[in-house]
Design a protein around this ligand. Structure first.
Ligand SMILES: [Zn+2]
Length: 326
């Protein structure tokens, strides 16, 4: 890393690894809003890979994988620099919340942020200025959190230029089946997209794990994240070794299908199922047991995710349903 990432507080330095915090605002209680950062300098020259998690505070699978990867890399030979940010929205993470508690904002809708207004906007701005800026490649982990289930899917912003080509290569290198072309998102301010658009950094968004699988699948999903980081580092030649056998990919475009009514929902089609146009995806019942809504597949597609809580409110994301592109 030529330019130097500066931490405000160093917690510890062990050999080539430094753990610390970047501060971005004093709270009324005198403590700081802060971003925990792990920096590990490799033994040879190479790219800087930034891996972050908990842009949404309740999506922990990537966080655990970052902690495990840092533990491995501090004693292992590798090229380049690894920057790990296990809990970007540290306040939301601490409160087991998707969004910021102090101002209510969803950090993944307000990038690139600004220094002058709300604390979550300041977090986005300071993070890009003081951390993301130093990266050559970014993996930014998400997941289903506490209310959705998602099959592992690797998002990237497509385009015709060289950065977009590298971004797609990164998404494929992660080595999961579903590759998500994020060309039609119905909202703005997504960190991974702004890292690419504003800073020109190839950046991918893996969605892995959720609360509904954590009782049995916590380790499995953390391992998917961990293996994905390893595979990207192998592809970038930061680690020596054989690339894994590529899994067969399905390129998709994700759509968010909302519920019209609230009630108790029943999932008819579940994760990974291919559904024909017109087939019923899910149903909603009122508290007297009457069916009040049916959701039909608007096209032939594949179920990537769904609302995982039995109760659903009007307007919630019910199905994350994908068009199959190729
Ligand atoms: Zn998320």
């Amino acid at each position: 890393m030529e330019k130097k990432l500066i931490l405000d507080d160093t917690v510890r330095t062990i050999g080539k690894r430094t753990d610390g915090y970047i501060n971005f605002g004093q709270k009324p209680d005198g403590s700081q809003f802060r971003i925990p950062v792990i920096v590990i300098e490799g033994d040879k020259d190479g790219p800087t890979l930034l891996v972050d998690a908990c842009t949404h505070g309740d999506e922990y699978e990537g966080a655990e994988a970052i902690i495990q990867m840092a533990d491995k890399l501090q004693t292992e030979t590798f090229a380049g620099t690894f920057i790990g940010v296990p809990a970007l929205n540290f306040e939301a993470f601490s409160c087991i919340s998707r969004v910021s508690l102090s101002d209510g904002f969803n950090l993944n809708r307000i990038f690139p942020g600004n220094k002058e207004t709300y604390i979550t906007h300041r977090l986005a701005y300071i993070y890009m200025e003081r951390v993301v800026e130093y990266a050559d490649f970014v993996i930014t982990f998400h997941g289903g959190g506490d209310v959705l289930h998602l099959e592992p899917i690797i998002g990237y912003l497509p385009g015709d230029d060289e950065i977009s080509r590298k971004t797609l290569e990164l998404a494929k290198a992660f080595n999961q089946k579903f590759i998500w072309r994020m060309q039609n998102l119905p909202f703005n301010g997504v960190s991974s997209i702004e890292y690419k658009n504003i800073l020109g950094i190839p950046s991918i968004l893996p969605e892995v794990g959720s609360h509904c699988g954590r009782l049995y699948d916590r380790e499995k999903n953390v391992k998917i994240c961990y293996d994905g980081i390893t595979n990207v580092m192998l592809a970038l030649k930061m680690l020596d070794g054989e690339l894994p056998v590529p899994v067969e990919k399905m390129h998709v475009e994700l759509h968010y299908l909302h519920s019209r009514n609230g009630g108790i929902q029943r999932l008819v089609k579940k994760k990974g199922e291919i559904v024909e146009e017109g087939e019923i995806l899910g149903e909603i019942y009122d508290v007297f047991g009457n069916k009040i809504e049916e959701l039909k597949a608007p096209y032939r597609g594949v179920v990537i995710g769904f609302w995982s809580v039995p109760v659903i409110r009007p307007g919630d994301w019910w199905y994350l349903y994908a068009k199959i592109l190729d």
